[in-house]
Design a protein around this ligand. Structure first.
Ligand SMILES: Cc1cc2nc3c(=O)[nH]c(=O)nc-3n(C[C@H](O)[C@H](O)[C@H](O)COP(=O)(O)OP(=O)(O)OC[C@H]3O[C@@H](n4cnc5c(N)ncnc54)[C@H](O)[C@@H]3O)c2cc1C
Length: 466
């Protein structure tokens, strides 16, 4: 990566004069605003700024565009593919002071929020209205960051991903212009779909300063079920069987035996240390009971044991908290190790064979790479534990990641179901997209001709991506 360039003095003076102590250059705060939750080396920005409204974001972007300085939007910092690094230096625009919930339109089941609102805060705010925002990536991410990475998580099997719940955005474009991509209508056929262009663009095309989001009614009842399997393939096959049967999972998650062991230790659970499925159903009390029982019957056909289910909210919350802490639990298996998270997603019918081959390959390479997956979507993660100082281990991990991504493509899948491309998955994007990558580069060049918006992410080696 090229060396970091300091900001021009004139820009620094202008930003200091306008933003006072909301413009910061200390080493610690810069490091916190590079990538921190990933194995990818931290590349801090030159400075960090904390705007409080759209006009300030537009002002900052216009000044940086004029000076040719990169800008990197920052949400909660939980992205996993080096999306926040500043390989070309520049200014991190931290949006965590833009936290207003601007409107809740209960009758229309939508809301308008600023980008720094986290999903948990939005849900606290909505509870009394009987509504909720259904997507849950586990990390308490910001809604701006979730839109920018097209995030999903454990509930995507029922509620979709950010592409399904964002109705429109307001965004500051690379020249400082403020645009709105749509309104509150449930559907629109008005021209190119700029909302979906910005959702998933990882801060490379514009900075989202407002989001209009679809909401859902809080279900009358929810049940959580769990059962263990002799193998991960048997568990995956049970999920395929249940989906084909038409069971409307709200969540269906797979943990392999090593992951369960890590969860037991980290979250003080007492789960049988064998491949495990965790399911959740939303609906009326009778419906969720019937669905849990039907799930148990199907699961037993695939060798499941220890079926247990509950409608108790506290027990459910405890179980899902443990699931969402899997990343930290697995890291705890090997103190000092870094985690490399894979993120392939394949058609459901190919999931069992993909997981079986992946498990075999990781073992053959001598890697500790436990599995947790949103298997209802065909999406699973290995968290490969590596000692960053051990070259052989790092090489084996890279071999594995490349091999797995190729396997997913050969099964008509993708290298990333939800974490995005950032820096980490760039080598695989060209292979996955073919000539369509050139179209992406053309869009980037047209919208951001100076290449100031989060350069060096998604598109590497393309002029506008620097
Ligand atoms: C323990 C753990 C579990 C996770 N599980 C999941 C999961 O199940 N599903 C999932 O999808 N992800 C998961 N992730 C990844 C991560 O939580 C998501 O990528 C999340 O959407 C990032 O949101 P953030 O607010 O942290 O964004 P950041 O990490 O701050 O930023 C992410 C990207 O978005 C850009 N960005 C941020 N805000 C804006 C904005 N307002 N406008 C334009 N661009 C912006 C940034 O420049 C960057 O490129 C997990 C991460 C961790 C650490």
């Amino acid at each position: 990566m090229p060396a970091v360039s300091a900001l021009p003095q004139a820009l620094v003076e202008t930003l200091r004069a306008r933003f006072g102590d909301r413009f910061q250059t200390g080493a610690a705060i810069r490091a916190q605003h590079g990538a921190t939750t990933t194995w990818i080396e931290n590349q801090p920005p030159d400075a960090v700024i904390f705007p409080e409204c759209t006009a300030e974001v537009a002002d900052i972007v216009a000044l940086c565009a004029h000076a040719g300085v990169p800008v990197i939007p920052f949400g909660a910092g939980s992205s996993l593919e080096g999306q926040l690094n500043a390989p070309h230096g520049g200014l991190s625009i931290d949006l965590t002071r833009m936290i207003d919930i601007l409107a809740v339109n209960a009758e229309d089941m939508d809301c308008v929020v600023q980008p720094g609102v986290t999903r948990s805060r939005l849900n606290e705010h909505l509870r009394d209205a009987g509504l909720f925002f259904p997507l849950d990536p586990g990390a308490d991410a910001t809604l701006g960051g979730m839109a920018a990475t097209r995030a999903s998580g454990t509930t995507a099997v029922l509620y979709g991903t950010m592409k399904d719940v964002v109705l429109s955005v307001e965004a500051v474009m690379p020249d400082g212009q403020v645009i709105r991509t749509g309104h509150r209508a449930r559907k629109s056929a008005a021209g190119y779909d700029l909302t979906r262009l910005l959702v998933g663009s990882e801060g490379t095309l514009g900075i989202i300063t407002e989001l209009t989001l679809r909401l859902r009614g809080i279900p009358e009842a929810a049940s959580a079920a769990r059962c263990s399997f002799p193998t991960v393939e048997a568990a995956s096959s049970a999920v395929i069987g249940a989906l084909q049967f038409g069971l409307p999972f709200a969540r269906i998650e797979l943990l392999d035996a090593t992951t369960v062991k890590a969860v037991n230790r980290y979250s003080r659970q007492d789960l049988p240390e064998a491949p495990l499925l965790l399911a959740e159903f939303h609906g009326g009390p009778n419906a969720v009971a019937e669905q849990s029982q039907a799930f148990g019957e199907i699961a037993r056909e695939f060798g499941a044991t220890g079926l247990d289910w509950t409608v108790d909210p506290e027990e459910r919350a405890r179980l899902w908290k443990a699931r969402h802490d899997v990343f930290w639990a697995v890291l705890g298996l090997r103190p000092g190790a870094r985690g490399i998270s894979t993120d392939v997603c394949v058609p459901i019918s190919r999931l069992a064979e993909c997981i079986a081959a992946a498990t075999e390959k990781a073992e053959a390479l001598g890697l500790t790479a436990p599995i947790a997956g949103h298997v209802g979507d065909g999406n699973f993660h290995n968290l490969i534990l590596v000692d960053p100082a051990n070259r052989e281990e790092l090489a084996a991990a890279r071999t594995y990641v490349g091999w797995l991504n190729e396997l997913a493509l050969s099964l008509e899948g993708t290298c990333t179901g939800e974490h995005g491309i950032g820096q980490g998955k760039q080598p695989y994007l060209e292979r996955e997209m073919g000539p369509a990558l050139g179209i992406m580069a053309a869009i980037k060049a047209a919208l951001d001709p100076k290449g100031i918006m989060n350069p060096g992410k998604i598109l590497v080696g393309h002029s506008a991506g620097r």
